[in-house]
Design a protein around this ligand. Structure first.
Ligand code: URA
Length: 207
């Protein structure tokens, strides 16, 4: 079995925190294992738990649309979560559950080596900012603002935005998410044309 096979098997059998007792399926993640862009959500919901795949419910449908809106398909990017098992009744993941699960995300980041990590929602954002030793204040201040970071020894750009589920409850956020995804597209395109320094200067300014 290759490294990915070993990692996914470990996640599927994991008992590092009590969430294993409630799961039908752990959800390791899916997509392009050499992706330039990695999306990190919060935790699986009911559909994800049923299928063992990330973002396949209502929030996933919106994520797919947002990706397609900037010319990306799900299979172009890697999609995973901070916590790989569904918390009961979709409650927020607890600190100790996030801590127990983080080694899996660290290994995924090492294997994918993404240039950009998109944190979907405040749990993913505060966890990834903490991993990078950066201060996290709030999504309202920091969404859509790219930050250069070192996460687990890898140089990446962290890009926080709202969780797609938030836009399902608050339709006003959909436009904000669309705008953030446009900024993300510009960031990726400009990174490809190798002007990362000036680009980051540009994107690091709050809108
Ligand atoms: N919400 C998440 O944060 N992750 C999923 O996989 C599905 C919904």
């Amino acid at each position: 079995m290759d490294e990915w096979g070993v990692l996914e098997e470990e996640i599927r059998r994991c008992r590092r925190c009590p969430l294993y007792k409630f799961r039908r399926n752990a959800v390791p993640g899916e997509g392009n294992r050499n992706a330039e862009v990695m999306f990190v959500g919060e935790a699986p919901g009911a559909m994800e738990d049923k299928e063992g795949r990330p973002f396949v419910g209502a929030a996933g449908k919106l994520l797919t649309e947002l990706l397609e809106g900037i010319g990306l398909r799900r299979r172009d990017v890697y999609i995973t979560n901070i916590v790989k098992c569904r918390p009961p009744h979709n409650r927020d993941p607890r600190e100790e559950e996030i801590k127990a699960c983080l080694p899996y995300l660290r290994r995924q980041i090492k294997l994918v080596e993404p240039r950009v990590i998109v944190a979907l929602g405040r749990h993913a954002a505060r966890t990834l900012f903490s991993e990078a030793g950066l201060e996290w204040r709030s999504m309202s201040r920091q969404h859509g603002v790219a930050v250069e970071a070192v996460v687990n020894g890898e140089r990446v750009i962290l890009f926080p935005t709202y969780h797609p589920a938030a836009a399902l409850y608050n339709p006003g956020l959909r436009g904000v998410l669309e705008e953030d995804f446009r900024r993300l597209k510009n960031l990726i395109t400009a990174k490809r044309s190798e002007k990362p320094r000036s680009l980051l200067d540009y994107f690091s300014q709050s809108s």
